[in-house]
Design a binder for this molecule. Structure first.
Ligand code: ADP
Ligand code: MG
Length: 261
């Protein structure tokens, strides 16, 4: 008869050596279940390893979510689809993450407050959970970052490093116009990812307004061409979710309201 205590001790030692501490806990607990349900040895081993693997991937997802730099934790499950019924199906299809393996892009257009950043974050959280590395920043932040790399002669290196991220989010294209140099750097970011890795872009402007943002119609056109070649473009509609129920219909033409008595 085997000495159960001795064996558990040995499992604890081996699990620590493998840096898989959850195996110790799962091995003891699942052993009872295995005996009760007459599992095969293979079933038992698979169940123990499965606990370790799923715990690792959950903590990996948490690490990737933390590292992504989201402005706020938002998920697709928190999203009120009644506010944006027209894109529900399309977002649900994108949530499977197939766009990432095909290096396709997503462009979310629409007025402020309609949920562009929320949906971008929600899709990106799914990507983190599926094992992809993600980085989130505003267009202005990306330009600062690229300008910095360029100044130090490190732009190609930085672009190569960024290609290792399966998904990059460029939030708020169009809130601030770019200098010519900045527009060129941004164009290089888009080109370097073209058909290699995905981008999600959000903008309050239609594509026709991007020329003004990039200060150059030709740069804007070349960039849009690469972005939308393999992309889903979704347009959110309506008024700001932030202003709902506050008696304000639209921005920036907020009418002076008569104060209720
Ligand atoms: P945008 O990026 O289009 O300006 P956000 O995604 O930042 O808008 O949305 C503004 C705020 O309203 C956020 O707190 C967001 O979570 C919330 N919000 C917007 N649309 C919805 C929605 N349909 N359901 C739930 N929350 C929403
Ligand atoms: Mg936003």
């Amino acid at each position: 008869m085997s000495d159960g205590t001795g064996t558990l001790k040995q499992i604890r030692y081996l699990a620590a050596a493998l840096k898989a501490p959850r195996i110790t806990e799962a091995a003891g607990r699942l052993a009872e279940q295995a005996r009760d349900a007459s599992w095969t040895h293979e079933d038992y081993l698979a169940a123990v390893l499965e606990r370790e693997v799923s715990a690792r991937s959950a903590s990996g997802a948490q690490l990737r979510i933390r590292a992504a730099g989201f402005p706020a934790r938002k998920t697709l499950d928190d999203f009120d689809w009644d506010a944006q019924p027209a894109v529900r199906q399309q977002i649900a299809a994108l949530a499977s993450g197939a766009f990432l393996t095909e290096a396709r892009n997503i462009v979310l257009l629409g007025p402020p407050g309609t949920g562009k950043t929320h949906i971008a974050t929600g899709l990106a959280v799914r990507a983190c959970q599926a094992g992809h590395r993600v980085l989130f920043a505003t267009a202005t932040d990306w330009v600062t970052r690229l300008t910095d790399a360029h100044r130090h002669g490190l732009l190609p290196k930085e672009l190569a490093r960024l290609r290792r991220y399966g998904l990059i989010i460029v939030d708020e294209v169009g809130y601030l116009p770019f200098e010519q140099d900045a527009a060129n750097l941004f164009f290089q970011l888009v080109s370097s990812r073209y058909e290699h890795a995905s981008l999600i872009l959000t903008s309050n402007l239609p594509f026709s307004g991007w020329g003004g943002v990039f200060g150059d119609q030709a740069v804007a056109a070349a960039m849009i061409d690469r972005i939308v070649h393999h992309a889903d473009v979704l347009t959110l509609k309506g008024t700001s979710y932030r202003l709902r129920g506050r008696g304000i219909d639209s921005l920036p033409s907020i009418k002076t309201q008569n104060q209720a008595d």
